[in-house]
Design a protein around this ligand. Structure first.
Ligand code: SF4
Length: 377
């Protein structure tokens, strides 16, 4: 990158000006990771100070049986496969009862697109879960699942969302986004929920008062320009609705799926993706690093490259853990998370699903290390 463009981009970031598509592509072309991280840290600090957010949650996958076979997916199974499973409502409730004493504030539920379960199963399961976890936010279903419910029920997304909200739904999940660009998407996604339906469903959810996350699956066959395009589509939708709480870059894992031959994104590429995403999103407050997909050490570094949020204390996570060859633990407790955040030099803040603050903790212990130094531009 020539010095003039570098100075121009720095000035735009420091002045809080919105970056363009060309700016995003130029940032990805830079190999100066410290510079990118420094710029992103400037924006992250402006928005969130030295806070690193987390929540205490659990994940629940009601079924891994799916009619689709997305190329990047290590989770789905076909009916009759020996490790295919589908929970009866009573089984899901029994698991929820076991979670109740752990102080969780959120239950995150995503599932395969099951070929024969009736649509009513989904609101029914939410109603029963809400009975045993009345104070826990149910963050459930991707836009892809909502679109599938439209097909199997004959109802509109409007009617479906009304019934799910009545049953206790507090937020959709951010999945099913992958990469919106059609040239990439048509090669990796095996269902017909694309940008038009994904955005329609989140727009509708926002209009009903739900706030939702948005994700991006990176590090497979896409190029940096596709990541920029993905972020700018979401940024435009956020201008319209203001309903997104957080942006979550998800790292593709190459184990046990149709893209296993691809190398995974390197640590540097992951950090660059966090940094550029943070710089482009002037209208979303939070960028989350999902530690299950990035490992603990890279997650700590991501907090220095634009991220300000870690996923919660996940005790059971099936979808990527099947693809995790990094020795990442499958469970983290609240104390584990506090330690991880403080060790990275940040102040832990526990939040709920809507990013309202529940509890603030002390930052790093003063005599354990020097005062944390934010990277500077
Ligand atoms: S990503 Fe979701 S829709 Fe695609 S195959 Fe996996 S479970 Fe099914």
């Amino acid at each position: 990158m020539d010095k003039g463009l570098r100075r121009e981009l720095e000035q735009k970031v420091l002045a809080g000006e919105r970056l363009s598509y060309d700016d995003g592509v130029a940032l990805y072309a830079s190999d100066d990771l410290a510079w990118l991280g420094g710029l992103a840290h400037e924006v992250r600090t402006r928005k969130n100070g030295d806070a690193a957010f987390f929540n205490v949650n659990r994940h629940l996958n009601l079924t891994n049986v799916c009619v689709a076979s997305c190329a990047y997916c290590s989770f789905q199974r076909k009916p009759g496969a020996k490790d295919a499973y589908t929970m009866r409502i009573e089984e899901a409730v029994r698991l929820a009862e076991q979670m109740a004493p752990s102080g969780i504030t959120e239950l995150h539920i995503v599932n395969g697109l099951h070929p024969t379960l009736p649509w009513k199963y989904y609101p029914n399961v939410l109603r029963e879960l809400k009975k045993v976890l009345p104070d826990v936010a149910l963050k459930a279903f991707t836009a892809t699942e909502l679109h599938y419910f439209e097909k199997i029920s004959g109802l509109s997304a409007d009617e479906i969302l009304d019934e799910l909200i009545d049953a206790g739904l507090e937020s959709l999940t951010g999945g099913g986004a992958e990469i919106f660009d059609w040239d990439v998407r048509k090669k990796i996604v095996d269902h017909d929920t694309h940008w038009e339906d994904w955005s329609r469903i989140h727009r509708l959810a926002h209009s009903k008062g739900l706030r939702t996350p948005a994700t991006m699956l990176y590090g497979h066959i896409e190029e940096p320009r596709h990541r920029v395009d993905h972020v700018l589509r979401l940024r435009e939708l956020q201008d319209e609705t203001g309903g997104f709480t957080v942006f979550i870059p998800l790292r593709f894992h190459n184990d046990d799926n149709a893209l296993s031959h691809l190398p995974m994104a390197t640590g540097a590429e992951a950090l660059k993706t966090f940094a550029v995403s943070r710089l482009l999103f002037d209208n979303i407050d939070h960028v989350k690093v999902f530690w299950v997909m990035h490992g603990l050490t890279l997650s700590q570094l991501a907090l220095q490259h634009g991220a300000d949020d870690l996923d919660g204390s996940v005790v059971e996570y099936k979808i990527t853990h099947d693809a995790d060859g990094f020795g990442t633990p499958s469970t983290m407790t609240r104390d584990d998370l506090l330690e991880l955040i403080r060790d990275a030099g940040f102040r832990p803040v526990e939040r709920n699903t809507r990013y309202e603050i529940l509890r603030e903790y002390d930052g790093p212990v003063a005599d354990r290390r020097e005062t944390p130094q934010a990277m500077r531009v």
